[in-house]
Design a binder for this molecule. Structure first.
Ligand code: ADP
Ligand code: C5P
Ligand code: MG
Length: 204
């Protein structure tokens, strides 16, 4: 029987490089990058979605959404890729609040490891202002940074107490951060197989 896939939560303030690094991992290794934030943004533009207004408002205010909805989105995404036999799930920006963490563990299973990308606020601001996604205006950015410091910090405390947190300095160039992530994952016992080594095509 296949072992239970590892669920690796990737956290850090907005702009710390979570999406960039998870997407590189998925490109290079046989693993899955799952972003609730991206799924929520897609839901907002889905015609007739009953959740669109709530999600739009939450994103604008930097507020964390309800546990039921976010865990459902994450679980659906996990079920979608689990069939392919992926052994490592990178949960990009999830869980972001204690109730999301607890509900996820109840409904899906334990988070194996929490990878935190650290980055000074001045660098985050500079990066996000040049990313210029719709929700990257200075007001929303500051609210998201505050939410990370107040709310997501409690999630980190929970996993810190369990000895599950590893940290990487995200304030280096993308390839240096990627190499440091691979190092800490290996140290933490997460074995990633290259897509090429498995005879798989590189991800687009
Ligand atoms: P997050 O998902 O944590 O909010 P992103 O991965 O979307 O962060 O990165 C935010 C912005 O910063 C993007 O424009 C991205 O291209 C850029 N970026 C990400 N990592 C780095 C890095 N190590 N150095 C410089 N810019 C980066
Ligand atoms: O991860 P990202 O920064 O793209 O998330 C965008 C927004 O999606 C967050 O500011 C929040 O409103 C919502 N979100 C959430 N719960 C998560 C991840 C994202 O409510 N676990
Ligand atoms: Mg992101």
């Amino acid at each position: 029987m296949q072992p239970e896939p590892k669920k690796i939560s990737v956290l850090g303030p907005p702009g710390s490089g979570k999406g960039t690094q998870c997407s590189l991992l998925q490109k290079r290794f046989f693993c899955a990058h799952l972003s609730v934030g991206d799924l929520l943004r897609a839901e907002v533009v889905k015609p007739g979605s009953p959740y669109a207004e709530l999600i739009r408002e939450n994103i604008k205010e930097g507020r964390i959404g309800p546990k039921e909805l976010t865990v459902r989105f994450m679980k659906q995404a996990m079920d979608g890729v689990a069939k392919e036999g992926v052994q490592s799930f990178f949960l990009d920006g999830f869980p972001r609040r204690l109730d999301q963490a607890e509900y996820f563990e109840e409904k899906v299973g334990p988070v194996s490891l929490v990878l935190v990308l650290e980055c000074p606020s001045a660098v985050l601001l500079e990066r996000l202002l040049s990313r210029r996604r719709a929700d990257d205006d200075t007001g929303t950015i500051q609210k998201r940074i505050d939410t990370f410091n107040k709310t997501t910090a409690q999630v980190l405390e929970k996993y810190e107490a369990m000895g599950k947190v590893v940290r990487v300095d995200g304030n280096h160039d993308v390839e240096k951060v990627a190499a440091d992530i691979q190092y800490v994952l290996r140290q933490a016992g997460v074995e990633l197989q290259t897509r090429a080594g498995l005879g798989l095509k590189a991800e687009a």
